[in-house]
Design a protein around this ligand. Structure first.
Ligand code: PEP
Ligand code: MG
Length: 755
């Protein structure tokens, strides 16, 4: 093993101290040899006899890892639990202790193996990582004197550098730290389901944190200038955002940015960063140090208000780090495992899309809501996803095995053997079902009495072309075009849209693709289009309403579709049509674009979504003008029953298998058939076999569902005699009950229908 060059120990200047530590790090040596050298440098720098490093091990034990001054035989032998002795007290409170006479402190415990009885003064600081204590750094001396506040500050700075070196594996084996942070204990977390499913894979942490490579400053004045410039640039960009956003004073987003702006002028906060720079850190390391200390304090506080404020400061620190360091480091695709569960505090849709979606098997977020853009995309990706999983990023370490069970809202982190076994049974069952469904790949979706049901896929942004190119799947029944609008900073250009749509044609030769014009607004807000405050965004300025008020945007989209079709068939469907006049107006815009195109789509089919109840009273007129209609039960249900589709607490209030809903569907189907208009069903309801059974019973023959539902639906369809359900369903429609679910389920059981 290479031996360390002996570095002269002589400095009490923080800058010199840090440089000496940096020089030790630059040499090739074992982690222990480096740590030994570092403690001796620190003891020298403090002109004290002792410097020791304790690291937290599994089970909340603090182990003496290196010491200058204490007996060498006590290293790796002396262990204290958190809360025990002075070192344990520092770990428990995450606060420094500075004592002239250590023995006089009530928490003092004497460990004979260390030989520390001869030392009187004691100063110790926590070594923090991500706001958690991972160790304690202690300096002790014979003389009964307390250390100056400046010296405590210097020790904290050194502790911060040690923490970074430790976590990057340069000082101790990184695995030891993982153990220390409780990383190896099994944990169960809970959250709110955004998208259903179940997955087991190693965790990847989405870290918008920035990687700091330089801790020790060459020139503190220069670092101070960098910090000031970064603060100024943040203030300017926040100010510019507020001015250009057009957001009203009471808009939440505006208020947050204004709070940030105030924080950038917070003297206390800036003074702490300045102090850290003065003690020898680079600007970014200083910001990180203050951030760590705030995080540690936060974990000790109970007040939600203060926690929230500190959280804001933490966010601001991240912005500041970004201003100092440039773009956050997103792991390169090749560095990521083939399959992983993505864990993040919060994640924007664009950030989610930065990852290779084929590898993401699940998503765990600390924040987020059902209606967030990220949730929409997670559902589009068909991966299990949970939001509001508290402390997920603190508990889950990169590479940990994680099981996401979105069905029950549980996340199992580093599952114990018994949890693994129980979940393996679930996963096995799940996988078996998936494998069974895979057997249907080459089979048509045909009932036992020979009726072929047309299955189609709901897609948007990602298309698993293999799921479309199987027997029984006719194409894309609903292509949600709004996702690219939501993930870009401005309206997507015509050419960008054309390319996207053209790639759909290229991926799915010969298959029908129903493009739905954008359904932005409502819960799918786009950052560059401000509807103002809306009490009920789902009923607000949304979808075709926006398109008719801003025809330029809609025409751009139609132009892109017509160009992408390049003479091939083009199916376009308008969402959120409340009445005939809107359909006519949208159709006119589309026909104008077709008229000016050099190459016309052939054939051109124009349809609409039936999802606003008012359209039910103009069905016949609509059917005369439309080539096809598609029933969107997600919106139809919420407006029919006046029951918010995004409100989790209302989710069970009304059943899609209510006779009311089924009667409405039957009416649409009958009117469409009478006019020879194609009718399909693309709401979420259709993805469940029992619900799909009811839909077939009221006459639906074309379903559009997410890709994962194809297998279960084929299985149900192939076990069904259509004539039998056609006969039974009219009886259920007469039911006075709120839901016909139990009757339908019993019927399916009795008739061997696999739902
Ligand atoms: C619906 O409302 O049923 C539908 C399919 O559209 P979306 O979920 O995109 O509103
Ligand atoms: Mg809808």
């Amino acid at each position: 093993m290479p031996r360390l060059k002996n570095i002269t120990v002589q400095s009490s200047s923080p800058l010199l101290l840090l440089r000496q530590i940096r020089d030790v790090m630059a040499q090739a040596a074992s982690a222990q040899a480096r740590l030994d050298q570092v403690v001796s440098i620190i003891a020298g720098g403090f002109a004290s006899e002792v410097c020791s490093v304790y690291l937290l091990r599994a089970g909340d034990i603090l182990e003496l890892y290196a010491s200058q001054g204490l007996k060498k035989t006590s290293v790796h032998l002396t262990r204290l639990s958190v809360g025990q002795g002075l070192v344990g007290e520092i770990a428990a409170t995450a606060e420094p202790l500075n004592l002239a006479n250590a023995e006089a402190h009530p928490k003092f415990v004497y460990r004979p193996e260390t030989g520390e009885e001869i030392y009187s003064s004691f100063v110790g600081v926590p070594i923090l990582q991500g706001g958690k204590v991972i160790g304690v750094l202690v300096v002790q001396g014979k003389k009964a004197q307390s250390y100056t506040p400046d010296q405590v500050e210097v020790l904290q700075t050194v502790a911060m550098v040690l923490s970074e070196l430790a976590i990057s594996g340069q000082l101790v084996d990184a695995k030891e730290i993982k153990t220390a942070t409780g990383g190896l204990m099994a944990q169960q977390l809970t959250g709110v389901r955004l998208s259903s499913g179940m997955a087991r894979a190693p965790a990847v942490l989405h870290q918008p944190q920035l990687v700091i490579t330089q801790y020790v400053a060459a020139d503190p004045d220069h670092e101070k200038t960098r910090l000031d410039a970064a603060l100024r640039s943040l203030q300017e960009s926040f100010g510019a955002f507020i001015e250009s956003s057009g957001l009203s004073d009471d808009d939440e987003q505006r208020q947050i940015i204004e709070t940030y702006l105030l924080f950038t002028q917070d003297r206390g906060w800036i003074a702490r960063i300045d102090d850290a720079i003065a003690s020898g850190l680079t600007a970014e390391a200083a910001v990180k140090k203050v951030q760590e200390e705030l995080q540690a304090r936060m974990s000790q506080l109970a007040s939600p208000y203060i926690k929230e404020r500190i959280q804001d400061l933490e966010d601001l620190s991240n912005h500041l780090l970004q201003a100092l360091l440039g773009k956050p480091v997103v792991p390169e695709a090749q560095e990521l495992p083939e399959a992983f569960i993505l864990v993040a505090r919060s994640l924007g849709p664009a950030e989610l899309l930065d990852y290779d979606h084929k590898r993401i098997k699940g998503l765990v977020l600390e924040e987020g809501s059902l209606t967030s853009h990220t949730a929409v995309i997670a559902r589009a990706m068909d991966i299990p996803a949970l939001a509001r999983v508290e402390r997920a990023t603190a508990v889950i370490q990169p590479g940990d095995t994680v099981i996401v069970d979105a069905e029950s809202g549980n996340v199992y982190v580093r599952p114990s053997d018994s949890v693994e076994q129980a979940m393996a049974a679930h996963l096995h069952h799940y996988d078996m079902r998936e494998a069974e469904y895979a057997l249907f790949r080459d089979l048509e979706a045909e009932t036992r009495d020979g009726t072929r049901i047309s299955l189609n896929i709901n897609a948007g942004l990602f298309v698993d072309s293999a799921s479309v190119m199987q027997a029984g799947v006719d194409g894309i029944g609903l292509y949600r075009t709004e996702l690219p609008y939501m993930t870009s900073a401005t309206f997507p250009e015509v050419e960008a849209q054309r390319q996207l749509y053209a790639s759909m044609y290229a991926q799915l030769p010969g298959r029908r693709i129903v493009f739905r014009s954008f359904d932005i607004g409502g819960d799918k807000k786009v950052p560059y289009l401000h509807a103002g405050e809306e009490e009920n965004p789902a009923m607000g300025w949304r979808a075709t309403r926006i398109g008719l008020d801003r025809p330029g945007i809609l025409r751009d989209q139609f132009r892109a579709m017509v160009q992408a079709a390049a003479g091939q068939p083009l199916y376009v469907m308008f969402p959120f049509i409340a009445q005939l006049a809107e359909f006519d107006a949208a159709k006119k815009l589309l026909l104008q674009e077709v008229a000016r195109a050099a190459v016309k789509p052939s054939p051109l089919r124009i349809g609409l979504m039936i999802e606003i109840p008012s359209s039910l009273w103009q069905l016949e007129a609509l059917m005369q003008r439309a080539d096809f209609v598609s029933i969107g039960s997600n919106d139809l249900m919420q407006f029919l029953f006046a029951c918010d589709r995004g409100a989790a607490h209302m989710a069970d209030s009304y059943d899609t298998l209510s006779p009311v809903m089924l009667c409405v569907v039957r009416e649409v189907v009958e009117k469409a058939k009478a006019r020879h208009v194609e009718v399909s069903f693309c709401g979420e309801m259709a993805r469940k076999p029992l619900e799909a059974l009811a839909l077939l019973g009221v006459g639906v023959r074309t379903l559009s569902v997410s890709a994962s539902a194809v297998g279960p639906l084929k299985r149900m369809i192939r076990s069904l005699t259509l004539a039998e359900i056609n006969e039974y369903l009219p009886f259920l429609l007469q039911s006075p009950e709120a839901s016909v679910r139990p009757w339908l389920a019993a019927w399916a059981r009795d008739h061997g229908v696999m739902v």
